[in-house]
Design a protein around this ligand. Sequence first.
Ligand code: GTP
Ligand code: MG
Length: 388
Amino acid sequence: MDPIEAGSLPMTSENPFSYRLLTPRGRGAVAVISIGGDLSAIDALLQAANGKPISDQELERIHFGHWSDEDIVFVKQAVDQMELHCHGGQAAVERIRADLERFGGVPALTREWDAPIEHLSDLKHHLEIAITKTTTQKTAHAALRQSQLWPEFIDWLGSASRDEALEQIDRALAWANFGRHLIIPWSVVLCGRPNVGKSSLINALVGFERSVVFDQPGTTRDIVSAETAVDGWPIELSDTAGLRGSAAGLEAAGIERARQRIAEADLLILVLDQSQELSHDDYDLLQEFPDAVVVINKADLPVILTQDEWNRPVWKVSAKTGVGVPELIDAISQRLVSEEPQVAQVFPLSDEVVSLLNRMRQLMETEPVDERARWVSVFCHFAVPPQR
Ligand SMILES: Nc1nc2c(ncn2[C@@H]2O[C@H](COP(=O)(O)OP(=O)(O)OP(=O)(O)O)[C@@H](O)[C@H]2O)c(=O)[nH]1
Ligand SMILES: [Mg+2]
Protein backbone atom coordinates (compact mmCIF):
# COMPACT_ATOMS: atom_id res chain seq x y z
CA MET A 1 0.00 0.00 0.00
CA ASP A 2 1.27 3.46 -0.77
CA PRO A 3 0.98 5.31 2.52
CA ILE A 4 1.11 8.65 0.76
CA GLU A 5 -2.14 7.94 -1.04
CA ALA A 6 -4.81 10.05 0.61
CA GLY A 7 -7.83 8.16 1.83
CA SER A 8 -6.07 4.80 2.22
CA LEU A 9 -7.09 4.93 5.87
CA PRO A 10 -9.82 6.99 7.48
CA MET A 11 -8.58 10.19 9.09
CA THR A 12 -8.15 9.65 12.77
CA SER A 13 -9.72 12.71 14.29
CA GLU A 14 -11.50 10.37 16.74
CA ASN A 15 -8.17 8.73 17.62
CA PRO A 16 -5.75 11.61 17.60
CA PHE A 17 -2.08 11.39 18.37
CA SER A 18 0.48 14.13 18.70
CA TYR A 19 3.97 14.32 17.32
CA ARG A 20 6.99 16.37 18.15
CA LEU A 21 10.32 16.86 16.43
CA LEU A 22 12.92 16.31 19.13
CA THR A 23 15.95 17.27 17.09
CA PRO A 24 16.51 20.89 16.06
CA ARG A 25 15.29 22.10 12.69
CA GLY A 26 17.90 22.31 9.98
CA ARG A 27 20.41 19.87 8.60
CA GLY A 28 21.45 16.89 10.69
CA ALA A 29 22.37 13.26 10.13
CA VAL A 30 19.34 11.84 11.94
CA ALA A 31 16.04 13.40 12.97
CA VAL A 32 13.98 12.06 15.87
CA ILE A 33 10.22 12.41 15.96
CA SER A 34 8.29 11.38 19.04
CA ILE A 35 4.68 10.26 18.69
CA GLY A 36 2.22 9.98 21.57
CA GLY A 37 -1.37 8.77 21.66
CA ASP A 38 -3.18 6.11 19.69
CA LEU A 39 -0.43 4.54 17.61
CA SER A 40 -2.71 2.33 15.49
CA ALA A 41 -2.96 4.97 12.75
CA ILE A 42 0.82 4.74 12.29
CA ASP A 43 0.42 1.17 10.94
CA ALA A 44 -0.76 2.64 7.66
CA LEU A 45 2.38 4.70 7.34
CA LEU A 46 5.11 2.52 8.81
CA GLN A 47 5.95 -1.00 7.64
CA ALA A 48 8.04 -2.75 10.31
CA ALA A 49 10.72 -5.11 8.95
CA ASN A 50 9.35 -7.90 11.19
CA GLY A 51 5.93 -7.47 9.56
CA LYS A 52 4.12 -6.87 12.87
CA PRO A 53 1.73 -4.02 13.57
CA ILE A 54 2.85 -1.40 16.10
CA SER A 55 0.56 -2.84 18.78
CA ASP A 56 2.55 -6.13 18.69
CA GLN A 57 6.01 -4.59 18.75
CA GLU A 58 8.15 -5.25 21.77
CA LEU A 59 8.78 -2.27 24.04
CA GLU A 60 12.17 -0.57 24.37
CA ARG A 61 13.66 -2.49 21.42
CA ILE A 62 15.18 -0.99 18.29
CA HIS A 63 13.15 -1.96 15.23
CA PHE A 64 13.77 -1.34 11.57
CA GLY A 65 11.15 -0.42 9.03
CA HIS A 66 10.11 1.63 6.04
CA TRP A 67 8.16 4.84 5.81
CA SER A 68 7.08 4.54 2.21
CA ASP A 69 10.48 4.23 0.43
CA GLU A 70 12.41 5.73 3.34
CA ASP A 71 14.39 3.50 5.75
CA ILE A 72 13.69 4.29 9.36
CA VAL A 73 14.42 3.01 12.85
CA PHE A 74 11.80 3.12 15.58
CA VAL A 75 11.48 2.42 19.26
CA LYS A 76 8.22 1.90 21.10
CA GLN A 77 8.55 3.08 24.69
CA ALA A 78 4.96 2.47 25.82
CA VAL A 79 1.65 1.41 24.29
CA ASP A 80 1.00 5.05 23.46
CA GLN A 81 4.52 6.34 22.91
CA MET A 82 7.09 5.79 20.18
CA GLU A 83 10.04 7.46 18.53
CA LEU A 84 10.94 7.47 14.85
CA HIS A 85 14.53 8.01 13.77
CA CYS A 86 14.71 9.04 10.14
CA HIS A 87 17.11 10.74 7.76
CA GLY A 88 17.88 14.18 9.16
CA GLY A 89 17.27 16.12 5.95
CA GLN A 90 14.48 18.67 5.95
CA ALA A 91 12.67 16.89 3.11
CA ALA A 92 12.47 13.54 4.96
CA VAL A 93 11.22 15.18 8.15
CA GLU A 94 8.75 17.32 6.27
CA ARG A 95 7.33 14.34 4.45
CA ILE A 96 6.81 12.36 7.68
CA ARG A 97 5.29 15.40 9.31
CA ALA A 98 2.85 15.84 6.43
CA ASP A 99 1.91 12.12 6.55
CA LEU A 100 1.34 12.29 10.31
CA GLU A 101 -0.86 15.33 9.99
CA ARG A 102 -2.87 13.73 7.20
CA PHE A 103 -3.57 10.81 9.48
CA GLY A 104 -4.77 12.97 12.34
CA GLY A 105 -1.53 13.91 14.09
CA VAL A 106 -1.23 17.25 15.81
CA PRO A 107 2.07 18.97 16.53
CA ALA A 108 2.59 18.59 20.26
CA LEU A 109 5.42 21.07 20.36
CA THR A 110 3.42 23.91 18.89
CA ARG A 111 0.54 23.17 21.18
CA GLU A 112 2.75 23.30 24.23
CA TRP A 113 4.57 26.38 23.04
CA ASP A 114 1.34 28.25 22.56
CA ALA A 115 -0.37 26.86 25.64
CA PRO A 116 -1.15 29.17 28.53
CA ILE A 117 1.50 29.05 31.24
CA GLU A 118 -0.38 28.53 34.43
CA HIS A 119 2.25 27.14 36.74
CA LEU A 120 5.93 27.53 37.37
CA SER A 121 6.54 24.02 36.05
CA ASP A 122 4.79 24.99 32.79
CA LEU A 123 7.09 27.98 32.50
CA LYS A 124 10.18 25.82 33.03
CA HIS A 125 8.93 23.40 30.41
CA HIS A 126 8.19 26.30 28.08
CA LEU A 127 11.75 27.56 28.43
CA GLU A 128 13.15 24.09 27.77
CA ILE A 129 11.12 23.93 24.58
CA ALA A 130 12.47 27.35 23.68
CA ILE A 131 16.00 25.93 23.62
CA THR A 132 14.99 23.20 21.16
CA LYS A 133 13.35 25.82 18.94
CA THR A 134 16.44 27.94 18.49
CA THR A 135 18.39 27.47 15.29
CA THR A 136 21.79 28.99 16.00
CA GLN A 137 24.42 28.48 18.68
CA LYS A 138 24.09 32.07 19.81
CA THR A 139 20.32 31.94 20.29
CA ALA A 140 20.48 28.48 21.90
CA HIS A 141 22.99 29.85 24.38
CA ALA A 142 20.76 32.84 25.14
CA ALA A 143 17.68 30.62 25.58
CA LEU A 144 19.60 28.29 27.86
CA ARG A 145 20.67 31.26 29.94
CA GLN A 146 17.04 32.37 30.19
CA SER A 147 15.97 28.94 31.39
CA GLN A 148 18.46 29.38 34.26
CA LEU A 149 17.56 33.02 34.97
CA TRP A 150 13.80 32.67 35.14
CA PRO A 151 13.62 30.46 38.28
CA GLU A 152 16.06 32.88 39.97
CA PHE A 153 13.94 35.82 38.89
CA ILE A 154 10.81 34.25 40.30
CA ASP A 155 12.61 33.53 43.56
CA TRP A 156 13.78 37.11 43.69
CA LEU A 157 10.27 38.38 43.10
CA GLY A 158 9.30 36.64 46.33
CA SER A 159 11.56 38.95 48.33
CA ALA A 160 11.34 42.14 46.25
CA SER A 161 9.23 45.15 47.03
CA ARG A 162 6.39 45.98 44.73
CA ASP A 163 8.28 48.91 43.18
CA GLU A 164 11.41 46.87 42.61
CA ALA A 165 9.38 44.05 41.12
CA LEU A 166 7.52 46.41 38.80
CA GLU A 167 10.76 47.97 37.67
CA GLN A 168 12.30 44.61 36.84
CA ILE A 169 9.19 43.43 35.03
CA ASP A 170 9.35 46.55 32.88
CA ARG A 171 13.01 45.92 32.15
CA ALA A 172 12.22 42.37 31.10
CA LEU A 173 9.37 43.59 28.89
CA ALA A 174 11.67 46.11 27.21
CA TRP A 175 13.53 43.12 25.68
CA ALA A 176 10.38 41.36 24.51
CA ASN A 177 11.00 41.96 20.83
CA PHE A 178 14.58 40.76 21.09
CA GLY A 179 13.52 37.67 23.05
CA ARG A 180 10.81 36.73 20.59
CA HIS A 181 13.37 36.79 17.77
CA LEU A 182 15.61 34.25 19.45
CA ILE A 183 13.11 31.77 18.05
CA ILE A 184 11.09 33.51 15.35
CA PRO A 185 13.53 34.76 12.69
CA TRP A 186 13.75 38.49 12.07
CA SER A 187 12.01 39.32 8.82
CA VAL A 188 14.28 41.09 6.33
CA VAL A 189 12.62 42.02 3.05
CA LEU A 190 14.40 43.03 -0.16
CA CYS A 191 12.54 45.45 -2.38
CA GLY A 192 13.34 47.64 -5.33
CA ARG A 193 12.24 48.21 -8.89
CA PRO A 194 12.43 45.33 -11.39
CA ASN A 195 15.82 44.02 -12.57
CA VAL A 196 18.02 45.81 -10.02
CA GLY A 197 19.29 42.43 -8.76
CA LYS A 198 17.14 41.66 -5.70
CA SER A 199 17.03 37.93 -6.43
CA SER A 200 20.75 37.87 -7.19
CA LEU A 201 21.43 39.64 -3.92
CA ILE A 202 19.30 37.27 -1.86
CA ASN A 203 21.21 34.38 -3.40
CA ALA A 204 24.50 36.07 -2.53
CA LEU A 205 23.29 36.61 1.05
CA VAL A 206 22.16 33.04 1.64
CA GLY A 207 25.02 31.51 -0.32
CA PHE A 208 22.98 29.38 -2.69
CA GLU A 209 20.66 29.86 -5.67
CA ARG A 210 17.37 30.21 -3.81
CA SER A 211 15.69 32.68 -6.13
CA VAL A 212 15.42 32.77 -9.92
CA VAL A 213 17.60 35.39 -11.58
CA PHE A 214 16.88 36.57 -15.10
CA ASP A 215 17.80 39.55 -17.23
CA GLN A 216 14.17 40.46 -17.91
CA PRO A 217 12.35 42.78 -15.49
CA GLY A 218 9.44 41.24 -13.62
CA THR A 219 11.03 37.80 -13.06
CA THR A 220 10.06 37.41 -9.42
CA ARG A 221 6.30 37.44 -8.98
CA ASP A 222 5.65 35.67 -5.71
CA ILE A 223 7.55 36.08 -2.46
CA VAL A 224 10.54 33.76 -2.17
CA SER A 225 11.93 33.31 1.32
CA ALA A 226 15.08 31.76 2.71
CA GLU A 227 16.17 31.35 6.30
CA THR A 228 19.72 32.07 7.26
CA ALA A 229 21.62 33.69 10.12
CA VAL A 230 23.58 36.91 10.35
CA ASP A 231 26.07 37.12 13.18
CA GLY A 232 24.20 34.26 14.85
CA TRP A 233 20.76 35.93 14.64
CA PRO A 234 18.19 33.95 12.68
CA ILE A 235 16.69 35.89 9.80
CA GLU A 236 14.18 35.14 7.11
CA LEU A 237 15.11 36.92 3.90
CA SER A 238 12.25 37.55 1.50
CA ASP A 239 12.71 38.36 -2.16
CA THR A 240 9.80 40.28 -3.62
CA ALA A 241 8.44 41.27 -7.00
CA GLY A 242 10.07 44.39 -8.47
CA LEU A 243 8.02 47.43 -7.50
CA ARG A 244 6.98 49.70 -10.34
CA GLY A 245 4.01 51.96 -10.73
CA SER A 246 3.03 50.84 -14.23
CA ALA A 247 2.58 47.10 -13.51
CA ALA A 248 -0.65 45.25 -14.35
CA GLY A 249 -2.17 41.77 -14.07
CA LEU A 250 -0.05 39.07 -12.49
CA GLU A 251 2.83 41.46 -11.89
CA ALA A 252 0.53 43.86 -10.04
CA ALA A 253 -0.70 40.98 -7.85
CA GLY A 254 2.94 40.16 -7.02
CA ILE A 255 3.54 43.79 -6.13
CA GLU A 256 0.53 43.78 -3.83
CA ARG A 257 1.94 40.77 -1.99
CA ALA A 258 5.34 42.41 -1.82
CA ARG A 259 3.81 45.46 -0.19
CA GLN A 260 2.07 43.34 2.42
CA ARG A 261 5.36 41.63 3.28
CA ILE A 262 7.15 44.97 3.43
CA ALA A 263 4.58 46.27 5.91
CA GLU A 264 5.34 43.36 8.28
CA ALA A 265 9.12 43.45 7.89
CA ASP A 266 11.54 44.08 10.75
CA LEU A 267 14.00 45.51 8.24
CA LEU A 268 13.68 46.61 4.65
CA ILE A 269 16.51 46.60 2.13
CA LEU A 270 15.94 48.87 -0.83
CA VAL A 271 18.03 47.79 -3.81
CA LEU A 272 19.14 50.22 -6.56
CA ASP A 273 21.22 49.56 -9.68
CA GLN A 274 24.53 51.40 -10.08
CA SER A 275 24.57 50.89 -13.84
CA GLN A 276 21.33 52.83 -14.41
CA GLU A 277 20.20 56.33 -13.69
CA LEU A 278 17.85 56.79 -10.78
CA SER A 279 14.37 56.20 -12.14
CA HIS A 280 11.08 57.65 -10.94
CA ASP A 281 10.27 54.31 -9.35
CA ASP A 282 13.60 54.33 -7.46
CA TYR A 283 12.98 57.87 -6.33
CA ASP A 284 9.46 57.09 -5.14
CA LEU A 285 10.72 54.09 -3.17
CA LEU A 286 13.45 56.15 -1.51
CA GLN A 287 10.79 58.63 -0.45
CA GLU A 288 8.35 55.97 0.67
CA PHE A 289 10.82 53.98 2.79
CA PRO A 290 13.05 56.43 4.64
CA ASP A 291 14.14 53.73 7.14
CA ALA A 292 15.23 51.17 4.57
CA VAL A 293 18.86 50.11 4.24
CA VAL A 294 19.79 51.40 0.79
CA VAL A 295 21.94 49.06 -1.29
CA ILE A 296 23.47 50.04 -4.60
CA ASN A 297 23.93 46.79 -6.47
CA LYS A 298 25.99 45.95 -9.59
CA ALA A 299 29.06 47.71 -8.18
CA ASP A 300 31.11 45.75 -10.75
CA LEU A 301 29.52 47.78 -13.57
CA PRO A 302 30.35 51.37 -14.56
CA VAL A 303 28.85 54.04 -12.30
CA ILE A 304 25.89 55.75 -13.91
CA LEU A 305 23.84 56.31 -10.78
CA THR A 306 24.85 59.39 -8.87
CA GLN A 307 23.88 59.99 -5.30
CA ASP A 308 23.44 63.73 -5.49
CA GLU A 309 19.72 63.50 -5.28
CA TRP A 310 19.39 62.08 -1.80
CA ASN A 311 21.35 62.17 1.37
CA ARG A 312 21.44 58.72 2.94
CA PRO A 313 24.13 56.21 3.75
CA VAL A 314 24.35 53.48 1.14
CA TRP A 315 25.99 50.06 0.88
CA LYS A 316 27.66 49.35 -2.44
CA VAL A 317 27.64 45.69 -3.36
CA SER A 318 27.94 43.40 -6.31
CA ALA A 319 25.69 40.38 -6.05
CA LYS A 320 27.67 39.02 -8.98
CA THR A 321 31.19 39.20 -7.51
CA GLY A 322 30.27 39.26 -3.81
CA VAL A 323 32.03 42.57 -3.21
CA GLY A 324 30.42 44.45 -0.30
CA VAL A 325 28.21 41.52 0.75
CA PRO A 326 30.02 40.84 4.08
CA GLU A 327 29.73 44.54 4.99
CA LEU A 328 26.04 44.48 4.14
CA ILE A 329 25.56 41.42 6.37
CA ASP A 330 27.20 43.34 9.24
CA ALA A 331 24.91 46.30 8.60
CA ILE A 332 21.83 44.06 8.69
CA SER A 333 22.92 42.54 11.98
CA GLN A 334 23.62 45.98 13.44
CA ARG A 335 20.25 47.33 12.40
CA LEU A 336 18.35 44.33 13.78
CA VAL A 337 20.22 43.97 17.06
CA SER A 338 21.95 47.24 17.83
CA GLU A 339 22.11 46.38 21.51
CA GLU A 340 22.07 43.11 23.43
CA PRO A 341 20.70 42.62 26.94
CA GLN A 342 23.11 42.29 29.84
CA VAL A 343 24.03 38.72 30.58
CA ALA A 344 21.90 38.61 33.78
CA GLN A 345 18.88 40.30 32.21
CA VAL A 346 15.77 38.15 32.23
CA PHE A 347 13.37 38.62 29.31
CA PRO A 348 10.40 36.86 27.73
CA LEU A 349 10.94 34.51 24.78
CA SER A 350 7.37 34.34 23.57
CA ASP A 351 4.18 36.35 23.38
CA GLU A 352 2.79 34.00 26.00
CA VAL A 353 5.39 35.06 28.55
CA VAL A 354 4.88 38.70 27.57
CA SER A 355 1.21 38.42 28.47
CA LEU A 356 2.17 36.62 31.67
CA LEU A 357 4.40 39.53 32.66
CA ASN A 358 1.78 42.08 31.73
CA ARG A 359 -0.79 40.28 33.75
CA MET A 360 1.51 40.05 36.70
CA ARG A 361 2.21 43.74 36.41
CA GLN A 362 -1.48 44.50 36.42
CA LEU A 363 -2.12 42.33 39.45
CA MET A 364 0.71 43.94 41.36
CA GLU A 365 -0.58 47.41 40.63
CA THR A 366 -4.16 46.70 41.52
CA GLU A 367 -3.80 44.24 44.40
CA PRO A 368 -3.75 46.08 47.74
CA VAL A 369 -1.96 43.31 49.64
CA ASP A 370 1.82 43.62 49.64
CA GLU A 371 2.88 40.29 51.06
CA ARG A 372 6.09 39.21 49.47
CA ALA A 373 5.27 35.56 49.09
CA ARG A 374 2.06 36.61 47.44
CA TRP A 375 3.80 37.74 44.27
CA VAL A 376 5.40 34.38 43.81
CA SER A 377 2.09 32.67 44.12
CA VAL A 378 0.59 35.22 41.76
CA PHE A 379 3.32 34.37 39.33
CA CYS A 380 2.93 30.65 39.63
CA HIS A 381 -0.83 30.78 39.39
CA PHE A 382 -1.21 33.94 37.47
CA ALA A 383 -4.07 32.53 35.45
CA VAL A 384 -6.15 32.36 38.62
CA PRO A 385 -6.59 35.83 40.15
CA PRO A 386 -5.80 35.85 43.89
CA GLN A 387 -8.81 35.29 46.14
CA ARG A 388 -10.04 38.39 47.87
N1 GTP B 1 26.88 42.81 -13.52
C1 GTP B 1 26.00 42.49 -12.58
N2 GTP B 1 24.79 42.00 -12.93
C2 GTP B 1 23.91 41.71 -11.95
C3 GTP B 1 24.22 41.89 -10.58
N3 GTP B 1 23.13 41.52 -9.87
C4 GTP B 1 22.21 41.11 -10.74
N4 GTP B 1 22.67 41.21 -12.00
C5 GTP B 1 21.95 40.87 -13.24
O1 GTP B 1 20.78 41.69 -13.32
C6 GTP B 1 19.69 40.96 -13.91
C7 GTP B 1 18.50 40.98 -13.00
O2 GTP B 1 18.80 40.27 -11.82
P1 GTP B 1 17.67 39.71 -10.83
O3 GTP B 1 18.40 39.27 -9.60
O4 GTP B 1 16.79 38.74 -11.52
O5 GTP B 1 16.87 41.05 -10.57
P2 GTP B 1 15.53 41.28 -9.71
O6 GTP B 1 15.66 42.62 -9.07
O7 GTP B 1 15.26 40.13 -8.84
O8 GTP B 1 14.45 41.38 -10.86
P3 GTP B 1 12.86 41.14 -10.80
O9 GTP B 1 12.61 39.83 -10.15
O10 GTP B 1 12.48 41.15 -12.24
O11 GTP B 1 12.28 42.29 -10.05
C8 GTP B 1 20.25 39.56 -14.17
O12 GTP B 1 20.67 39.49 -15.51
C9 GTP B 1 21.44 39.45 -13.23
O13 GTP B 1 22.42 38.55 -13.68
C10 GTP B 1 25.51 42.42 -10.24
O14 GTP B 1 25.86 42.64 -9.07
N5 GTP B 1 26.34 42.71 -11.28
MG1 MG C 1 13.71 38.83 -8.83
